[in-house]
Design a protein around this ligand. Structure first.
Ligand code: CA
Length: 444
């Protein structure tokens, strides 16, 4: 499962795109994440691209400039269609060898001294001049629940006597979500209306959610699918994953509390979910793999969810942060304020275990399917990935330097999430950001 490091990870590589060589860039030459974009405000067809510094390289234009000439894996009819497509689904379906060949070709051609520099210059667009669509058409969306710290904290609020249900440490818990309301960073949506039951009243009431929250998650984009009836083995699972993005799974806690039993989340979760435009490949993340561990006192995973290579390097060291900017802060020119930081390394289940478990019954995954990791709360209270946890169930307000306070999200608030990976001896790589803004509820 562990991808070996190769020449594309060399920390010494520099790009002829100067902004990619800045120490704090999310998108150095060692990253090369994928998105779908077009010129901002245009009616052009979307096309797929790769981030390099402050620019995006248009893969359709790069193909037209013969950037991939002579590379067999990138000149099959399927590959040439994929490179000129308006979304990443076709490329996702081609599999790891093609993704790797493309990464190597792009790495070589974007390096200082590359012969193709003159030809590729015209295929660059400043990211500030681009608008993004969802990177892929998402057929199905599944949301997991992989932070044991989040599950325990939420469980305590919803079921004080019985916070962590007995299946949690055996089964990667998940539910089937809704793909149609997933939007790309910049998404604006109305506060959801719904049924809630105030603790002081015998009957539920109808109206705008009063306890709107975010959830800090990693999104996992499926690459190559599996046939209905087949299972993906754990050690093959990562070859079915195209890459990771940032995901904000907006959640209406008051609607959730009233509706979630007996069948789980429904209208509390399906009004909006927002993802970052960029998908960082697992190959780019190879330097940031960590041993996957399970406490000795906990049940060890069943055989289909365990392997030597999982234990070796099945976890990812990705730092995560949530920030909030209120409408007043925006007007006063005050930047977004950090609410918490966490790390994907704390996930109780690995990316590979989610894919293996999802398919163990024969369920087929398809290119462009999205899996949410679940809220990535860390082991200590300040590392929580939702307001419900940070405000102790809505009891302790968070105060900001301009005097504002928040318990839950208010109209006009913008929530932004960032992710990055960094350690000595390796290039820092980032996920960019996912940002979304809540508008007032529809009039009733
Ligand atoms: Ca979630």
């Amino acid at each position: 499962m562990t991808v070996q490091l190769n020449e594309t990870h060399d920390v010494a590589l520099r790009s002829w795109v100067a902004s990619a060589n800045l120490a704090d860039s999310d998108f150095p030459l060692q990253n090369l994440p994928f998105a779908a974009f077009r010129r901002k405000g245009s009616a052009e067809e979307f096309r797929i691209g790769v981030a390099i510094g402050t620019q995006v390289l248009d893969l359709r234009a790069a193909f037209a400039a013969d950037a991939f000439a002579g590379i067999a894996a990138l000149n099959t009819p399927a590959a040439t269609r994929a490179l000129q497509s308006d979304s990443l689904n076709l490329l996702m379906g081609l599999g790891q060898e093609t993704w790797s060949a493309l990464r190597l070709a792009l790495s070589r051609q974007l390096r200082e001294g590359a012969a193709q520099q003159a030809g590729l210059q015209a295929a660059l667009l400043a990211q500030g001049d681009a608008e993004f669509s969802l990177p892929a058409r998402i057929g199905d969306y599944t949301d997991f629940y992989t932070s044991v710290y989040h599950a325990t904290a939420i469980g305590k609020l919803f079921r004080p006597d019985n916070p962590l249900l007995p299946n949690y440490k055996w089964v990667p818990i998940g539910y089937h979500g809704r793909a149609s309301s997933i939007g790309v960073s910049g998404q604006q949506f109305r506060r959801p209306l719904g049924q809630t039951k105030p603790p002081t009243s015998d009957n539920p009431v109808f109206g705008p959610s009063k306890r709107l929250d975010y959830e800090l998650e990693i999104g996992i984009f499926v690459g190559k699918g599996n046939e209905l009836g087949d299972a993906v083995a754990l050690d093959d699972a990562e070859s079915h994953v195209f890459g990771l993005c940032l995901l904000n799974d907006w959640s209406a806690r008051d609607i959730q509390a009233w509706e979630y039993q007996p069948l789980g989340p429904f209208l509390a979760k399906n009004f909006a979910s927002t993802i970052s435009p960029w998908i960082v490949t697992l190959e780019a993340l190879a330097p940031y793999r960590l041993a996957w561990q399970r406490e000795q006192a906990d049940p060890q995973p069943m055989a289909y969810l365990d392997s030597a290579s999982l234990r070796d390097g099945g976890a990812f060291d990705v730092q995560l942060e949530v920030l909030l900017q209120t409408a007043a802060m925006r007007e006063q020119g005050i930047p977004a304020q950090s609410l918490s930081q966490s790390n994907f390394r704390h996930s109780y289940w690995s990316v590979s275990q989610l894919v293996a478990h999802h398919t163990v019954n024969g369920c087929n995954l398809q290119p462009g399917d999205l899996l949410g990791s679940g809220t990535q709360s860390g082991p200590t209270a300040p590392e929580a990935g939702s307001l419900l946890e940070l405000t102790a169930g809505g009891k302790e307000a968070i105060s900001f330097p301009n005097g504002e306070k928040r318990i839950f999200i208010e109209d006009g608030d913008t929530v932004t999430m960032r992710g990055w990976a960094h350690k000595p001896g390796c290039a820092r790589i980032g996920f960019g950001e996912v940002s979304g803004t809540v508008l007032p509820a529809r009039a009733i």
